[in-house]
Unconditional design. Structure first.
Length: 291
């Protein structure tokens, strides 16, 4: 039985792997920086595996020494030559500022993905793509929606996956503004983007005022995405492919589909990964603000 600490580290390794995928979508210059979180993902994975197999490792060691240590423990690691090439490129990028082009970044990412897939099966008897990143999220309701989205994605249930991704993001934004346990206005940081700051109902009819408030809500949400460095393209994917979510003064949000759910697994995965990333980043931002 794997410990919760081990599973948390594996979840973080998968999160860093996904972050590298997002970073790799940048232009040629910036895409080279995707090798840094990718390398962190591999080392975190290998440290967790060493603990799982009771392999003693020094605090610092050269990258290829992992292969030597695991070989001695009769738990050999795959793809040594290709991972050595990846590490050399990472060293060039980090220490000498020599960034690989986007094509080479994609090749290194494919090699690392293959390594993690094979090693996860042999060392943990797990599919790497099935390691849930949702366990990193603190909010129980958000974590539940993200877990449901991940499970639905694995069985090709597009509607359920997208619905829970949208619900998770909706809760994330709400928690970020009010707290997971809602706090009073006086205890929250001022939020200039929140539509509650505007009182249109006093001057306009309810229908028109509602449209204006919805517009401000969308603008404020987008400003939050940009202001906290979230993946704006991922946000656009979520708005494009997920259902609309409304509070409508109900205990639970209302889900409204305006189109057929997409069957494109890449689009669905992008929505889920964005929701996870948003949850982790905004929870972290909220924790800093509370200090």
């Amino acid at each position: 039985m794997r410990s919760s600490d081990t599973m948390r580290r594996l979840a973080l390794a998968r999160y860093l792997h996904k972050r590298s995928t997002e970073d790799g979508r940048q232009g040629d210059l910036l895409s080279g920086l995707a090798l840094l979180p990718l390398h962190d993902a591999v080392e975190l994975f290998l440290r967790a595996a060493a603990e799982e197999k009771s392999i003693d490792l020094p605090k610092t060691l050269d990258f290829l020494e992992y292969w030597t240590a695991f070989e001695r423990a009769k738990a050999p690691l795959p793809l040594k030559a290709r991972m050595d090439s990846f590490n050399r490129a990472r060293v060039e990028a980090k220490h000498r500022g020599t960034l690989p082009n986007q094509h080479d970044v994609a090749r290194f990412q494919a090699n690392v993905t293959e390594f993690l897939t094979i090693a996860s099966r042999s060392l943990f008897d797990l599919e790497f793509e099935e390691i849930s990143m949702s366990r990193l999220v603190r909010s129980e309701k958000v974590r539940f929606d993200l877990e449901e989205a991940e499970k639905a994605f694995l069985v090709n249930d597009a509607e359920t996956a997208l619905t829970h991704a949208a619900l998770a993001f909706h809760r994330v934004i709400k928690n970020f503004r009010y707290g997971d346990i809602p706090t009073t206005l006086e205890k929250r940081l001022y939020d200039p983007t929140h539509h509650d700051r505007f009182s249109f109902h006093d001057a306009l009819d309810d229908k028109f005022a509602g449209k204006i408030i919805d517009a401000f809500a969308q603008i404020g949400e987008a400003i939050t995405i940009v202001g906290y460095g979230l993946d704006y393209d991922g946000y656009r994917h979520l708005l494009t492919f997920c259902p609309n979510i409304y509070n409508a003064f109900q205990p639970e949000p209302i889900v409204q589909w305006t189109m057929e759910p997409t069957k494109d697994p890449n689009a669905i995965d992008r929505c889920i990964q964005f929701a996870i990333d948003a949850a982790l980043r905004l929870e972290n931002a909220a924790s800093r603000a509370a200090v």
